[in-house]
Design a protein around this ligand. Structure first.
Ligand code: CAA
Length: 257
């Protein structure tokens, strides 16, 4: 279980490395990602960062459902906030971050990709916000960032149904900038990172902030409300059933109360 950081010249590659759980984020993994991005901030020689997942199956299959399954409301809120801190560490890194999405990017995995400046994907990538099927709303920024990226109608459809989106559709709806054969993804990500890294570093850092300002204006209030509703979902019969069903490998059965 790890987050690997490899710095080579002006580029850094951060790899989510927890393949036994399809790179899902438990508390320890969240802290490691935060730590990795905080330390990259100090590496002024790094001009662009690539974030990817280990193995050929997943970028990240979301927040760790085993860890979330028995959380209380208060603990759910804390877990949500830790995810927000992680997404923010990526989003506010002065250097641009490219998500090289090499497989499943579901729930918190999709939300982490959304916190990156640019997303490219392998033809095996699958995106989605399946949280409502687990009895919780998305909680790490997906309701705000996906909506801004693909528009409210499509975001509502994806978030309210939990439908998965394959790479070709992700490209069509603007969730990713480009799709490549799996074995070319990292080379293409490196090319893109190099094209950024050759530019004026202060100009790039400033431009990254300005692009974010263009669409992030009122995001703060939405993120805070998202966090409150995410926390409130924990301890409910709906959340317990949704997550227990996943762990038991059976479909969830939700009642009305
Ligand atoms: N949390 C914990 N463990 C996970 C996981 C997750 N999010 N996703 C996968 N795993 C584990 C599985 O439990 C399994 O472990 P075991 O071998 O010990 O049983 C292992 O990874 C391999 O997964 P599968 O056997 O399920 O592999 P598959 O090929 O049949 O299915 C998948 C792959 C479709 C990605 C499926 O694993 C899946 O649906 N995962 C959950 C995706 C999900 O719902 N993510 C959202 C989580 S909620 C969230 O992220 C909240 C938020 O907003 C922050």
């Amino acid at each position: 279980m790890a987050v690997d950081v490899r710095i080579g010249g002006a580029l850094a590659v951060v790899t989510l490395n927890r393949p036994e759980a399809l790179n899902a984020f438990d508390g320890g993994q969240i802290e490691r990602v935060v730590e990795a991005f905080r330390s990259l901030k100090e590496h002024r020689e790094v001009r662009a960062v690539i974030l990817t997942g280990s193995g050929d199956r997943a970028f990240a299959a979301g927040a760790d459902i085993k860890e979330m399954a028995e959380l209380t409301e208060a603990e759910g809120l804390v877990f949500g906030r830790r995810g927000h801190v992680m997404a923010s560490a990526i989003e506010t890194l002065p250097q641009p971050v490219i998500a090289a999405v090499n497989g499943f990017a579901l729930g918190g995995g999709c939300e982490v990709a959304l916190a990156c400046d640019i997303r490219i994907a392998s033809d095996r990538a699958v995106f989605g916000q399946p949280e409502v099927g687990l009895g919780i709303p998305p909680g790490w920024g997906g309701t705000q960032r996906l909506t801004r990226l693909v528009g409210p109608g499509l975001a509502a459809e994806l978030i309210l149904t939990g439908r998965r989106v394959k790479a070709d559709e992700a490209l069509r709806i603007g969730l990713v900038n480009a799709v490549y054969p799996a074995d070319e993804l990292m080379a293409k990500a490196t090319e893109l990172a190099q094209a950024i890294a050759k530019n004026g570093p202060a100009a790039v850092r400033g431009a990254k902030r300005l692009v974010q300002l263009a669409y992030n204006g009122q995001q703060g209030a939405g993120l805070e409300t998202e966090l409150q509703l995410f926390g409130r979902a924990f301890g409910t019969s709906e959340q317990r059933e949704g997550m227990r069903a996943f762990l038991d490998k059976r479909p969830a059965v939700f009642s009305d109360d």
